[in-house]
Design a binder for this molecule. Structure first.
Ligand SMILES: Nc1ncnc2c1ncn2[C@@H]1O[C@H](COP(=O)(O)OP(=O)(O)OP(=O)(O)O)[C@@H](O)[C@H]1O
Ligand SMILES: [Mg+2]
Length: 572
């Protein structure tokens, strides 16, 4: 059971709690057996000697025993429970850490909601089961074994007889357990689908409203909920079945023992007191037995959830970091694409692209939408690796450069303006963690963001909410530019960085960017050609191929795609 073994490994750091809980469990289980054992001497004393002292002491003793038993139960449940929670917390931290390190392809293949569901729901399912299993397993095992000792001590033949039912109950328990595992796994998958709908609806709430999709979404949600219920229902069914099935089967054992034990008492081979002690122990024995069998179902359920969690923890990134990666220096500003071919899935998106950007050069990428511009620049930062050919930064293949060094070398302003739920200042500071407030302000000023930031209620300390909803598209873009400016990296990638700005602010930001581009290798992607006319090199990409390269003047003279695009935008 390798999955379960792995779970146990997560418990290792908390062995202190587990040992404490185990000792308490052992005492708890042992008390049960002691109680069953005591039935015999007690009955004998009461009935044969009519001892009044014992009779009046008995109620007090019972309460005392149960108080002591209660304390051990508390200790065992509390420490087992917290050990399990802590272990599962480690699992959750690890799944998040591993998840975030995976390459972008992984994130494109898996829906956001279902990834979230694994971290939230599957780990929660593990948590419930692990806590239930280890807290119960130990106590029940010790209770079972010590009670077994009592019944064998009282009468080994009857004991053997009563044990014959165990294999009979184990069989249905194992079948139910397997069914439970399957239902649990499918149920968790459905919970993932369900989380997807939530995530899509809430993050796309504007579109949902704009297109009056509320009812459609409610229906989708209801359906997903129903799908979840289907598996929850199955789980409830197997859970509900396991107790009655094992109880009916164990009643066979009780019946047999009552019959044969009763005959032995009548034949005077066993005293009534011994027989009662035996029956007490046996009745108590079936309870841990039943729980042990039920925990088999829990184990299976836990394995179902764990498998989904370990799938992520074990997933490997296609973008592999080199063992001893090269450390870039600020002089490594040159970028070269050598015969680069790339595909996301089956369709080739870049066909044998050759392109050199010398250190400090401004390279503009233009061309029709879907031509592969964003894809091409994403290869520089190794969001993906080229299928064929090489991407070279400085004089090294990006595959041989240490990941952190490469990332520190590139500043990006993306088509998507991602801001985090944090203050304006901190959102800019993600560009260079630890930067001073003065540097943050300088970057914001250069990005023409300072003025609107200072008019906000709390200035730089204003929280911009998750996804920065309170800002306009242009404002968001300027904060993203400030973030990239602050990073001060040798390679700058601007993917439609000014597309959401009006002409006036665009011109201002353009000037800021021009200052920034000095001595930096810059890739500018723009549909508005006015922003690229000054580039050292304009590259026209169409259907994943470079169709033209040159300066603005040269390309205009060439009368190709670029000059046609210019005519469309500027007229003649
Ligand atoms: N994650 C992805 N998975 C699969 N295909 C993708 C993915 N991202 C982009 N593509 C495809 O790759 C091609 C190039 O896309 P890319 O985003 O590079 O174009 P682009 O030139 O940046 O377009 P735009 O000007 O509209 O931003 C398109 O055909 C697109 O459908
Ligand atoms: Mg693009």
């Amino acid at each position: 059971m390798p999955v379960f073994k792995r779970l146990i490994l997560y418990l290792k750091p908390y062995w202190g709690r587990i040992v404490l809980a185990a000792v308490a469990s052992a005492i708890y289980g042992g008390l049960d057996a002691a109680f069953a054992y005591m039935v015999e001497p007690l009955l004998k004393k009461i009935f044969s000697t009519k001892d009044t002292f014992i009779f009046s002491f008995l109620p007090v003793a019972i309460v005392l025993i149960f108080i002591f038993r209660g304390i051990t139960r508390y200790i065992s449940d509390y420490f087992m429970g917290t050990a399990a929670q802590l272990a599962v917390q480690d699992v959750r931290n690890e799944i998040f850490r591993k998840n975030i390190l995976l390459d972008l392809n992984f994130f494109h293949r898996n829906q956001t909601g279902s990834l979230m569901s694994r971290v939230v729901n599957d780990v929660a399912a593990m948590q419930n089961s692990v806590a239930a299993i280890i807290a119960g397993l130990f106590r029940d095992m010790i209770g079972f074994v010590s009670l077994l000792g009592v019944i064998f001590y009282r009468d080994w033949q009857l004991a053997l007889l009563s044990l014959t039912v165990i294999p009979l109950t184990a069989y249905p328990a194992s079948i139910l357990g397997k069914k439970m595992k399957y239902a649990a796994r499918r149920g968790q998958e459905e919970a993932g689908a369900f989380a997807n709908i939530l995530q899509e609806t809430f993050s796309g709430i504007k579109i949902v409203k704009a297109f009056s999709l509320e009812n459609t979404m409610v229906d989708r949600f209801r359906q997903a909920n129903l799908n979840c219920y289907e598996f929850a229902r199955k789980m409830a069914k197997y859970d509900a079945l396991s107790s009655p099935v094992s109880e009916v089967i164990t009643s066979l054992g009780i019946a047999a023992v009552v019959f044969f034990g009763g005959s032995k008492v009548m034949a005077a081979k066993l005293t009534a007191a011994e027989f009662f002690s035996f029956i007490t122990a046996m009745a108590m024995l079936y309870s841990p037995l039943k729980k042990l069998l039920a925990s088999y179902g829990n184990v299976q359920r836990c394995i179902g959830a764990s498998e989904r969690v370990f799938e992520i923890i074990d997933a490997t990134s296609k973008v592999v970091e080199p063992a001893a990666g090269y450390q870039l220096t600020p002089d490594d500003g040159r970028v070269e694409f050598r015969n680069v071919t790339f595909k996301y899935q089956d369709d080739i998106v870049l066909h044998g692209v050759n392109l050199v950007a010398k250190k400090g050069e401004i390279v503009a990428l233009v061309g029709p939408s879907g031509g592969g511009k964003s894809t091409l620049v994403s290869l520089i930062a190794r969001y993906f690796d080229a299928n064929e050919g090489e991407v070279i930064v400085g004089s090294h293949n990006v595959r041989d450069i240490a990941k952190e060094s490469l990332m520190g070398h590139i500043a990006l302003v993306d088509q998507e303006t991602i801001l985090f739920h944090d203050t304006v200042a901190n959102n800019i500071r993600y560009g260079r963690p630890g930067a001073s407030d003065k540097d943050v302000m300088k970057a914001a000023t250069a990005a023409y963001a300072h003025d609107f930031i200072t008019t906000m209620p709390e200035g730089y300390q204003t929280s911009i909410g998750d996804r920065g909803v309170r800002l306009s598209g242009g404002q968001r873009q300027r904060i993203c530019i400030a973030r990239a400016l602050l990073k001060n990296a040798p390679i700058l990638i601007l993917d439609e960085a000014t597309s959401a700005l009006d002409t006036e602010s665009e011109q201002m930001v353009q000037r800021a960017l021009e200052n920034l581009m000095v001595n930096r290798t810059t890739f500018v992607i723009a549909h508005r050609l006015s922003t690229v006319v000054n580039a050292d090199k304009i590259v026209v990409l169409e259907n994943g191929k470079i169709v033209e390269i040159g300066t603005h003047q040269a390309l205009l003279a060439g009368n190709g795609l670029y000059s046609r695009l210019c005519t469309q935008q500027f007229g003649n």
